[in-house]
Design a protein around this ligand. Structure first.
Ligand code: ASP
Length: 584
C-alpha cells in the first residue's frame, strides 16, 4: 500500500495515528538539528519532520539527500505542530518520519514548482507535465473537470443523450480549412477531421435521437490568431421539434445552472439583442454589456455645418468616456495615436470635453457651437466630466474602430470585472456574409442554417438582407456559443447550396448524404455549440484558454513538448503512397 492518506488529508483528529504518505519533495528546510520536508501530491502539502532527538542518524542523512521533486514514501506518526500554519489545511499537524523509501529520483526541475515560478512560458510548455504540478495549472484542470461534470449533469437531467460521432470523416464546411488524414487502405483518399459534428448531429435528429449532446474535440486548420487552438472542445447540442425560442430557453438554463453551481451567482437578467442592434449600439456582434459607453449616432446633429470630414462620412458616431474630461492635451493626443494605429485604423478622432460647469470644449470648436455640442452630449449620453470621442467614415469600419476604442477604454478604466457576469443572446444574424475579396456570399454561420420564415425569396434579390434563425450566446464580450435552427427539407437546402455557389453536382458530391437523409422524414431541428475552453476560462476569471487545456499547442500550432507536427519517415510515406514535394 503506497499510502494510507493523501498529502491534503491529515488534521488534528489524526494526531498519534501511524500513517503512510507518498508524494513529491516540494521543499526541504534544514536547520541542522531538524529537517522539515514539505511533501506534496495533488491533494495538498504535508509537513514532514526529522530531528536529531527522535530520528536515527541514517534517516536524517537520507532526508538530507533528497532533491526537489524526488518521489518518496514515508511511514510516520502524526503530531501536533508547535508553530501552526493557518494558510494550509494540514497546517496544524506534522508527521514525524520513521521510515523513508525513495520511489523515484528526479533531476532538478528546469523551473520551480511554485505559484510564482521562475519559468517562462516556453520552458513551461516544454515541460508541461511539471507545469501541471503547479497549483495554478492543476486547479485550472480541476476547475475544467467540474464545469464539464456540471454540463453533463444538467443536460443529462434534461433528457439529453451523449452520443459520440466519428473523427475520421469527410470535410464539413464551417469556414475553416480541414485537417486531413491520408487513408492507407484507400489509395489517394483522405479523411478530414471534423470542424464540428454538425452534419452528424443533424443526422442523429433524422435518426430520431432528439436531444443530443457531446463534449467533443473539433479541429480547424486556421491561420492562428492569439489564443486559438487548432483542436478545441465544444459542448455540442441538437434538439428535434424545436423553434429558436426553445433552444434559447434550454441553454439559458444551462448557462444559469453553470453560473450558479460554479460561481454561486444567480443570473436574473438574460437580455436578447438583434445583430443589427448590437452593431449599431456597440459596433460588435459580441458586445460586453457590463458597462455603458453605448454608441450615439451623430449624423443628424453633426452634418449641418461646414465640417467636411463629417459631411462626407457615411457614419458619424461617438461614445462618452466617463470621467475623461480631465485628460490633458497630451493624453488625448495619445488616444488619437491609439485609434490611428494600423490595428485600429481610424483616420483621426474628434473629441469634446464636457466640463463640470456645463460648458463644452472640443477639437472642432471652429465649426460647432455650444448648442451643437450639447446635442452631441445628449445623443451619446455624456455627462459633465465625460469625454466624447467621435469617429467617422464608412459605417462598418467606423463601428469596428469605435468598438475597439470602447473596449480599450473599458480595460483602462477597469470596467471589465472578471467576477461580474453578463450573458446576452445576439439573435437574427444575417444568413450570408459578403466576402469583400471575392465578391461572393458565404454562409455567416454555416450552410445548414435556415433563413427566417418568409425570407427565402429575398435570396434572389437582396441576399445580404436575409436574416437567419441563428443566435450567439455572448458572455462578457466573448462569444461562448452559437447555433441555429436548421434547414430540414431537401429543396431549401438545395436552394441554399445554389446561393453559396455550389453546382447541383458539387452539392450532391459533398452533401448528398444529408440531402438524401432529408428525404426520409427529417424532423424540424436546431442546436447550438459552446466553446468549452473559452467558457471555462471566462468562468475561471482568466483570459487565456491555454491555461485551461492540459496539453495545449503554442501560438504557431505546435506541441513543443512532443514536438509535433513532425515529418514522418519514408517508410510511412510509402505505405500511405504519399510523396512530398517541398519545392512547390
Ligand atoms: N456547428 C456549429 C459550430 O461549431 C454550432 C451549431 O450550429 O450548432 O459553430
Amino acid at each position: 500500500m503506497y499510502r494510507s492518506h493523501t498529502c491534503g488529508e491529515l488534521r488534528e483528529e489524526h494526531i498519534e495515528n501511524n500513517i503512510t504518505l507518498s508524494g513529491w519533495v516540494h521543499k526541504t528546510r534544514d536547520k541542522g538539528f531538524v529537517v522539515w520536508i514539505d511533501l506534496r501530491d495533488r491533494f495538498g502539502i504535508t509537513q514532514l519532520i526529522f530531528d536529531e532527538e527522535r530520528t536515527s542518524k541514517e534517516l536524517l542523512e537520507q532526508a538530507r539527500s533528497l532533491g526537489r521533486e524526488f518521489v518518496i514514501q514515508i511511514k510516520g506518526t502524526v503530531l501536533e505542530r508547535a508553530s501552526k500554519n493557518a494558510n494550509i489545511p494540514t497546517g496544524n499537524i506534522e508527521v514525524l518520519v520513521q521510515e523513508l523509501t525513495i520511489l523515484n529520483e528526479s533531476k532538478t526541475p528546469p523551473f520551480t514548482i511554485e505559484n510564482d515560478t521562475d519559468g517562462g512560458e516556453d520552458i513551461r510548455m516544454k515541460y508541461r507535465y511539471l507545469d501541471i504540478r503547479r497549483n495554478i495549472v492543476k486547479n485550472n484542470l480541476i476547475f475544467r473537470s467540474k464545469v464539464s461534470m456540471e454540463v453533463r449533469k444538467y443536460l443529462s437531467d434534461g433528457g439529453f443523450i451523449e452520443v459520440e460521432t466519428p473523427y475520421l470523416i469527410k470535410s464539413t464546411p464551417e469556414g475553416a480549412r480541414d485537417f486531413v488524414v491520408p487513408s492507407r487502405m484507400n489509395e489517394g483518399q483522405f479523411y478530414a477531421l471534423p470542424q464540428s459534428p454538425q452534419t452528424f448531429k443533424q443526422l442523429l435528429m433524422v435518426g430520431g435521437m432528439d436531444k443530443y449532446f457531446q463534449i467533443v474535440k473539433c479541429f480547424r486548420d486556421e491561420d492562428l490568431r492569439a489564443d486559438r487552438q487548432p483542436e478545441f472542445t465544444q459542448i455540442d447540442c441538437e434538439m428535434a421539434f424545436v423553434e429558436q425560442e426553445d433552444i434559447l430557453n434550454a441553454f439559458e438554463g444551462l448557462t444559469k445552472h453553470l453560473l450558479k453551481e460554479i460561481k454561486g451567482i444567480d443570473i436574473t437578467s438574460f437580455p436578447r439583442m438583434t445583430y443589427d442592434n448590437a452593431m449599431a449600439k456597440y459596433g460588435n456582434d459580441k458586445p460586453d454589456i457590463r458597462f455603458g459607453m453605448e454608441f450615439g449616432e451623430l449624423n443628424a446633429v453633426a452634418q449641418h455645418k461646414e465640417f467636411n470630414v463629417f459631411n462626407t462620412a457615411e457614419l458619424v458616431v461617438g461614445i462618452a468616456i466617463p470621467g475623461a474630461a480631465t485628460y490633458t492635451r497630451k493624453e488625448i493626443d495619445k488616444l488619437i495615436d491609439w485609434v490611428r494605429r494600423p490595428q485600429v485604423g481610424a483616420k483621426g478622432m474628434v473629441y469634446v470635453k464636457c466640463n463640470e460647469d456645463g460648458t463644452f470644449k472640443s477639437s472642432v470648436d471652429k465649426f460647432y457651437d455650444q448648442e451643437d455640442l450639447a446635442n452631441w452630449a445628449k445623443v451619446t449620453g455624456a455627462k459633465a466630466g465625460d469625454l466624447i470621442c467621435v469617429l467617422s467614415g464608412d459605417t462598418n469600419a467606423t463601428r469596428a474602430q469605435l468598438s475597439a476604442l470602447r473596449m480599450e477604454m473599458a480595460e483602462r478604466l477597469d470596467l471589465r470585472k472578471p467576477e461580474e457576469f453578463a450573458p446576452l443572446w445576439v439573435i437574427d444574424f444575417p444568413l450570408l456574409e459578403l466576402d469583400e475579396e471575392t465578391g461572393n456570399y458565404h454562409a455567416m454561420h454555416h450552410p445548414f442554417t435556415s433563413p427566417k420564415p418568409g425570407q427565402l425569396e429575398l435570396l434572389d434579390t437582396n441576399p445580404g438582407a436575409v436574416k437567419a434563425n441563428a443566435y450567439d450566446l455572448v458572455l462578457n464580450g466573448n462569444e461562448i456559443g452559437g447555433g441555429s435552427i436548421r434547414i430540414h427539407d431537401k429543396e431549401t437546402q438545395a436552394t441554399m447550396f445554389k446561393h453559396l455557389g455550389f453546382t447541383p453536382e458539387e452539392a450532391k458530391e459533398q452533401f448528398g448524404f444529408l440531402m438524401d437523409a432529408f428525404q426520409y422524414g427529417a424532423p424540424p431541428h436546431g442546436g447550438i455549440a459552446f466553446g468549452l475552453d473559452r467558457l471555462v476560462s471566462i468562468l475561471g476569471g482568466q483570459e487565456t484558454i491555454r491555461d485551461f487545456i492540459a496539453f495545449p499547442k503554442n501560438n504557431s500550432g505546435r506541441d513543443v513538448m512532443i514536438d509535433a507536427p513532425a515529418p514522418i519517415d519514408d517508410e510511412q510515406l510509402k505505405e500511405l503512397r504519399l510523396q512530398l514535394n517541398l519545392e512547390s
